[in-house]
Structure formats: C-alpha cells, structure tokens
Design a protein around this ligand. Structure first.
Ligand SMILES: Nc1ncnc2c1ncn2[C@@H]1O[C@H](COP(=O)(O)OP(=O)(O)O)[C@@H](O)[C@H]1O
Ligand SMILES: [Mg+2]
Length: 260
C-alpha cells in the first residue's frame, strides 16, 4: 500500500505540451481509473509514475520519497498487449522477475533458493488460474490467460504500485469479465495501490474507488500542441470496498465507536 503524490507535473515533447499542472494525491490501497480521449497523455502519465519517463516540470513522490531514476520492483506494469519471452515457459516467464530481483541481492540463484522462487511463482500462477499450464509456451495461451500471466508476473514481485495500461482492452467480453474480477480479488488481497488506464467508462466506474478524467481545459485551434491535458474530473467510483473487507461486509454506513 503506497501513497503517490504528483506535484505540479508537466510533460512536453519539444513544443508539444502533453500534460499540464497535474496535482494529485493517491491514497494507499486505492484503485484509481484514468479515462480520457485517445492521445491525451494517459500512457505518458503512467510512464511517469513508472519512472521510465521524467516529468518536464514537477515531481512524483512515492510514500514521501522522490521516484528513483530507474523503474524498480516497487512498481509493476501490465500493458494492453502482453510482451513476454516466447522461448520461455509460462512458469519460467513468471519466475524470471522474481529471480532477477533476488539474484541482484544474492547473486545467481541455485538450489533451494531457486526452487523457492519457482514454487512461489507456481503458487501465484495457480492463484490466477494458470496452474494447469505451467509448462506451456506463451503463444499457446489465450489472450485472457496471457493477461492473467501478466498480472501474476507483475504481482509476484509485490510492487507497491501496480500500473495497468488498458489491460483488458484486447480481450473478448467473457475473458474481460474474468480478468476484471481477478483484478479486484488480487487488489483486495494484496492492498497494492492500483492505477489503471481504460477507455471504457463503465469499466472505470465499476472497478475503481476513484475515477480521474484527463482532458484539455484550454485549446488553441491554430496550435493544438500548445496546451496539454490535466485532471478535469475527479469522481468517486462505485467500488466502495475496502481492503480486506469482503463484498458482504464492505463499506458499512455506520461505525459505532470503531475504526472504519
Ligand atoms: N516519446 C514521445 N515523443 C513524442 N511525442 C510523444 C511521445 N510519447 C507520446 N507522445 C505524444 O504524446 C501524446 C500523448 O500520448 P499518450 O500518452 O500515448 O496518449 P494516450 O495514452 O492518452 O492515448 C500523443 O500526442 C503522442 O503522440
Ligand atoms: Mg495510451
């Protein structure tokens, strides 16, 4: 669970202003959806949160500290089209991030350590419904299964923040519904702060605790690149569930003497 603070962030590429004056505090454990027109800078914003893109102005704090200059395991990301290693099995793909992370601390992993990592990866794959395809190749998986693999992989390193860029956009309706339900379960289980871009407004409100709309407040018809998008609406989502609360006990309207 981590708190993200975005302070006065602007982003321009040369003369093209993409984002302007973004100020946000994202509460730990929230599930924030970002919606907005194509090209308005949503992916750019996620890349800034991931740390692979620097703001032109302003800064991003994660739990009060500036983002490290390189993306680390504290931030995980899932893209719309999952890119995995085609020559590695599902289990090897899932184990890789964890192995790399641990091996950076411990040197190359062998024996019991390596087995422990692979067991954790296998357990997570089972958790997301891929326990029966551990030895399959990525191309043998359906789109929905690939996205579940991507979620498992991102969550295995226990990121403080999970970023999702239109993660379900390429899925058929059945797989999309499954993947959404899985995301909600994993979010509730892990308490990870989630920031998700989607172009589906209904999805945004259904899944998120908070919905941010990115749009331009100023436009210059002669020079469309002159102004960038900012947060024009900041709305509560329909997901009132708190971390650890089951759906049945979620969001009681009254807390007699207790902590909400
Ligand atoms: N590396 C880059 N260099 C130049 N322009 C870029 C770069 N990345 C994104 N842009 C521009 O920034 C704008 C926002 O892009 P993007 O963040 O991908 O929008 P969205 O995800 O909302 O569709 C687009 O006009 C895009 O062309
Ligand atoms: Mg995008």
């Amino acid at each position: 669970m981590s708190r993200i603070e975005v302070q006065g962030v602007w982003k321009n590429y040369g003369d093209r202003v993409v984002l302007e004056r973004i100020d946000l505090v994202i509460d730990p454990g929230s599930l924030v959806a970002i919606v907005g027109a194509s090209g308005c800078g949503k992916s750019t914003f996620l890349r800034i949160l991931l740390g692979i893109e620097r703001p032109s102005r302003g800064r991003v704090l994660l739990d009060g500290a500036p983002l490290p200059p390189e993306p680390g395991p504290d931030r995980g990301i899932v893209f719309q089209r999952y890119t995995n290693f085609p020559h590695l099995t599902v289990l090897d793909n899932a184990s890789l991030g964890l192995e790399l992370r641990k091996s950076r601390l411990l040197g190359r992993l062998f024996g019991a350590r390596r087995r422990a990592v692979r067991e954790r990866a296998a357990a997570m794959l089972t958790r997301v419904g891929l326990g029966h395809v551990l030895e399959a190749w990525p191309h043998q998986l359906s789109g929905g299964m690939q996205q579940r693999l991507a979620l498992a992989q991102a969550l295995l390193v226990e990121p403080r923040v999970l970023l999702l860029d239109e993660p379900f956009g390429a899925l058929d309706p059945g797989s999309r519904a499954e993947a959404r339900a899985l995301l909600l379960e994993l979010w509730a289980e892990t308490g990870t702060t989630v920031v998700m871009v989607t172009h589906d407004l209904a999805e945004a409100f259904a899944l998120a605790t908070r919905v941010l709309v990115f749009d331009k407040v100023r436009r210059d018809p002669q020079a469309p690149e002159r102004y960038g998008a900012t947060v024009t609406y900041d709305l509560p989502g329909y997901n009132r569930r708190r971390r650890g609360a089951s759906a049945a006990t979620a969001a009681p309207s009254h807390h007699p003497g207790g902590v909400p």
